[in-house]
Design a protein around this ligand. Structure first.
Ligand code: NDP
Length: 684
C-alpha cells in the first residue's frame, strides 16, 4: 500500500463508520417501532445526529432503508460464500446456503423483525424490490449450481426453487410466531431432512458426492507437521450430518447385507487392488499429513490396508453358522449376522491403515461403517471412500465424518449405531465405553501401551538391537505396540548399548518425503512438547541419556516437529518415562538378572498391549511369552503385524481384537434357531 492510499483510506474510514452506525440504528428502529414509525427524524435522533446529516449520507428514508436492507442481504450472501468455500461437495454447498440463510443470527429477534419489515414493503418500494430480487436470485443460483452436480438441470432447477421456498417459508413462519415456532437449529434440521429425502434418488454420478460430509458448522485445518504447510481446511460434522449419515447407512446396509458373501468379497478384493494401484499417491498424502517417512508409508500404511481388504474379501465368502444336532425330533443352527451400522474412530498415527483395519472386516460381515479419522490426520479416510466407491461399494455403506472428539461422541452415543471400534488413548477408551454403555453398544478398544521387550543373554544381539529399534523408532516412536521398556540381561547390556547407539548414530532424520529419510516428524508441535517434557523428566529423575534427547532445528527441520531418536540407560521401574506411554522416539533400557524377575517387572504395569522376547532358547521363549500379560507378542522380532494374526491388548490396553478370524466375532452376532421335526409336546 502506498502512502497516498493510506491517507485517503484514513479520510474515508470515519465516513464508512458513520454510515454503518446509521444503518445499525435503522435496523434497531425497524425492530422496535416498525416500518411506519421509522422516520428519518426518529432515526437521526436515535443516532444523536441531525436529520440533515442522515440525508447527507442516504438522501431520504428510502435510501436509508435500501442501504440497511442491502446490508442484511449482503451479510447472508457473504456467510453463504464462506460456508460454500469450506466444503468440497455439492451436498455441502447446498447445506451452506441453508445454513447461511437460517443461521442463528438470522433467527435473532432484532434482525428477523427488520427483515420482516422490509418484506412487507418490497411490493411497494421498487428499490427494496430490487434488493429482494437480487437476494433471491443469488440463493437460487447457488442452489441450482450445486444441485446440477447431482441432478439433471430441470430437476435441479425445480428442487432449487423448492428449497428456496422452504427456506423463506420456515423463516417466515418462525418470524410470524414471534420466534416461538422454530429455532435456527430445528429449521436447519427440517431443511436438511427435506433435501436428504429429495436427493435419495439422485443420479449415481452424484451419489458419491452426496455421501460426503455435508455442513460445516465450524472447520479445522490440517497441516504437514514436517513443514507447517497448510494442507486442507475441513468442515466439522455435527449432529445433523451424523444423523444423516446414520440414516443413509441404515438404508444402504440392508442391501449390502443381502448380497452373498462372495459378492461382497468381490468388491472388497477390487478395493484391495485399487489401494495397491494408488499406493504411491496415497503414501505421499499420508506422509504429508502425518510426517512419517515415505519409506514407511510406501511399504506399510497403504499396503497393509490392501492386505486387510484382500484377507477379508476371502473370508466374506466363507462366513457360516453351525449345525447343531438335537436328536431325532429337532436340530438347531446358528446364523452369523451383521450388527447393522457400526462406527470406527481412528487415532492419528496410522490413519489409512486404521480405517482399513476397521472397515474391511466390518464390510465383509455385511455391516455399514461410518468412520471418523483423528482431526490431525483427516485426509486419507475420504480417499478410502473414493476407492471403495470405485470398487463398486454401494453408496452409504462406508462413509466418513470429520471432526474432533465431539463428532466422535455423536457416533458413540448414537442410539442406532450398534458398535464402536476405537483406536486411541486409554482415557478416550474409557470415555467411549462409558458413552457406549447407554445404548449397550459392542466395543472394540485398541488403546495405548508401555510394552516390554526382553533381551536374554543368549539372544542374537544384532537381531535384538534391530527389534528394539523397530519397536521404538519406527514412525518416530508413534506406535501403540512399541516395546519402550527394553529389559536387557546384565551380562550383555554394555554390548547391546554399544551396538544400539552406534546404529542410532547412523539414522537419517529429515524431510519425510525424501526416500532416504528414516525418521520423520512428530505429529504436532503440542505432541512434540509432550515428548520433550518426558525427556526432561527422564533426565531429572536420574536416567542417563545414552543417545539423542533434543529437538532438531537445523536447516529445514526448524519448520517442523523433529526430535532425535533417544535412549535412556540406567532406568528404574518407578521412573515416569518407564511407566507412562510417551508415544515418541524414546527408549528406556532396564537391566535384569533372571527370568522370574524380568517377567514380574514386565507385568508390573496397567497396560498389556504387546511384548517381545529375544532368545535362542525356544523353550524359554514360549515359557516366558505364556506368562507375559500382553495381547500381542513376538518371539525374536518386534512390531510385525500380519493381517492373519489377531491384534489387540489386555488389561488397560483394550478389549477385543482386530485382524484375523477374531475380528469376525466382533462384527457379527449369532442367531440361534431351533427347528422342530415332530409335533409340539405341550402339557396343556
Ligand atoms: P485419542 O484417544 O486422543 O483419539 C483417538 C480418536 O478418538 C480421535 O479420532 C479422537 O478425535 C477421538 N476421540 C477423542 N475423545 C473422544 C470421545 N470422548 N468420544 C469419541 N471419540 C473421541 O488418541 P490419539 O489420536 O492421540 O492416538 C494416540 C493413542 O492411540 C495412543 O495412546 C496410542 O497408543 C493409541 N493407539 C493404539 C493402537 C492400538 O491398536 N492399540 C494403535 C494406534 C494408536 P480427535 O483426535 O479429533 O480429538
Amino acid at each position: 500500500m502506498n502512502r497516498q492510499s493510506t491517507i485517503s483510506q484514513l479520510r474515508e474510514e470515519p465516513e464508512e463508520q458513520r454510515r454503518r452506525q446509521l444503518i445499525e440504528v435503522t435496523i434497531d428502529s425497524l425492530a422496535e417501532v416498525g416500518f411506519v414509525g421509522s422516520t428519518l427524524a426518529q432515526i437521526a435522533s436515535r443516532a444523536g445526529v441531525s436529520a440533515g446529516l442522515v440525508a447527507h449520507y442516504f438522501d431520504d428514508k428510502d435510501g436509508l432503508l435500501e442501504a440497511a436492507f442491502r446490508t442484511l442481504a449482503r451479510r447472508i450472501a457473504q456467510q453463504s460464500r464462506v460456508r460454500r468455500a469450506l466444503t468440497a461437495t455439492p451436498r455441502g454447498r447446498i447445506q451452506a446456503v441453508i445454513d447461511a440463510n437460517l443461521a442463528p443470527e438470522e433467527f435473532d429477534k432484532r434482525t428477523g423483525t427488520a427483515w420482516l419489515a422490509f418484506w412487507g414493503q418490497v411490493l411497494h418500494v421498487p428499490a427494496l424490490r430490487r434488493v429482494q430480487a437480487a437476494y433471491q436470485r443469488r440463493m437460487l443460483s447457488n442452489l441450482r449450481h450445486a444441485l446440477r452436480r447431482l441432478l439433471p438441470a430441470d430437476e435441479a432447477a425445480r428442487l432449487a426453487a423448492m428449497i428456496a421456498a422452504m427456506i423463506d417459508g420456515v423463516w417466515l413462519r418462525a418470524a410470524l410466531s414471534g420466534w416461538q415456532e422454530a429455532d435456527s437449529e430445528s429449521a436447519r434440521a427440517l431443511l436438511t431432512a427435506f433435501v436428504d429425502g429429495r436427493l435419495k434418488g439422485a443420479s449415481p454420478a452424484g451419489a458419491a458426492a452426496e455421501l460426503a460430509p455435508a455442513r460445516p458448522a465450524t472447520s479445522f485445518v490440517t497441516v504437514n507437521p514436517a513443514t507447517g504447510e497448510r494442507l486442507a481446511e475441513l468442515a466439522v460434522d455435527g449432529p445433523a450430518q451424523v444423523d444423516a449419515a446414520v440414516a443413509r447407512a441404515e438404508e444402504a446396509q440392508r442391501g449390502w447385507a443381502a448380497l452373498t458373501g462372495a459378492e461382497r468379497g468381490r468388491i472388497l478384493r477390487r478395493a484391495a487392488e485399487l489401494l495397491r494401484a494408488r499406493n504411491g499417491e496415497l503414501a505421499q498424502l499420508e506422509t504429508r499429513d502425518t510426517g512419517k517417512p515415505i519409506q514407511e508409508t510406501q511399504v506399510v500404511d497403504v499396503l497393509s490396508g490392501a492386505d486387510c481388504f484382500e484377507y477379508y474379501a476371502g473370508i466374506a465368502a466363507s462366513l457360516t453358522g453351525d449345525h447343531v444336532d438335537l436328536g431325532p425330533q429337532a436340530f438347531g443352527y446358528t446364523r452369523r449376522e451383521p450388527l447393522g451400522v457400526v462406527a470406527g474412530i481412528g487415532a492419528w498415527n496410522y490413519p489409512l491403515q486404521i480405517a482399513c483395519w476397521k472397515s474391511a472386516p466390518a464390510l465383509a460381515c455385511g455391516n455399514a461403517m461410518i468412520f471418523k479419522p483423528a482431526e490431525l490426520t483427516p485426509l486419507t479416510a475420504p480417499k478410502l471412500m473414493e476407492v471403495l466407491t470405485e470398487a463398486g461399494l454401494p453408496p452409504g455403506v462406508f462413509q466418513v465424518v470429520q471432526g474432533f472428539a465431539d463428532t466422535g461422541r455423536l457416533l458413540t452415543r448414537h442410539p442406532r449405531i450398534r458398535k464402536i471400534s476405537l483406536t486411541g488413548e486409554v482415557g478416550t477408551g474409557k470415555a467411549v465405553m462409558a458413552d457406549a454403555a447407554a445404548t449397550l453398544k459392542h466395543v472394540t478398544l485398541e488403546l495405548g501401551g508401555k510394552s516390554p521387550l526382553i533381551v536374554f543373554e543368549d539372544a542374537n544381539l544384532d537381531n535384538a538391537v534391530s527389534g528394539a529399534m523397530l519397536g521404538n523408532f519406527y514412525s518416530a516412536g508413534e506406535v501403540c505396540s512399541n516395546g519402550t521398556r527394553v529389559f536387557v540381561q546384565r551380562r550383555i547390556k554394555a554390548a547391546f548399548l554399544e551396538r544400539l547407539t552406534r546404529r542410532i548414530g547412523a539414522l537419517r532424520v529429515g524431510d519425510p518425503l525424501d526416500p532416504a529419510t528414516q525418521i520423520g516428524a512428530l505429529i504436532s508441535e503440542g505432541h512434540l512438547q509432550k515428548v520433550l517434557a518426558y525427556i526432561a523428566r527422564g533426565k531429572a529423575e536420574g536416567a542417563r541419556l545414552a543417545a539423542g534427547g533434543q529437538r532438531l532445528v537445523g536447516g529445514d527441520l526448524a519448520r517442523g516437529c523433529f526430535v532425535s531418536p533417544t535412549v535412556f540407560d540406567e532406568c528404574r521401574d518407578e521412573m515416569t518415562i518407564v511407566r507412562e506411554e510417551i508415544f515418541g522416539p524414546v527408549m528406556t533400557v532396564l537391566e535384569f538378572t533372571d527370568e522370574a524377575e524380568v517377567i514380574a517387572r514386565a507385568n508390573a504395569t496397567d497396560f498389556g498391549l504387546a511384548a517381545g522376547v529375544f532368545t535362542t532358547d525356544l523353550s524359554r521363549a514360549h515359557r516366558v511369552i505364556a506368562r507375559l500379560e500382553a495381547g500381542t507378542c513376538w518371539i525374536n522380532h518386534y512390531n510385525v503385524t500380519p493381517i492373519e494374526l489377531p491384534f489387540g491388548g489386555v488389561k488397560m490396553s483394550g478389549l477385543g481384537r482386530e485382524n484375523g478370524h477374531a475380528a469376525i466375532e466382533h462384527y457379527t452376532q449369532l442367531k440361534s434357531v431351533y427347528v422342530a421335526l415332530g409335533d409340539v409336546d405341550a402339557p396343556y
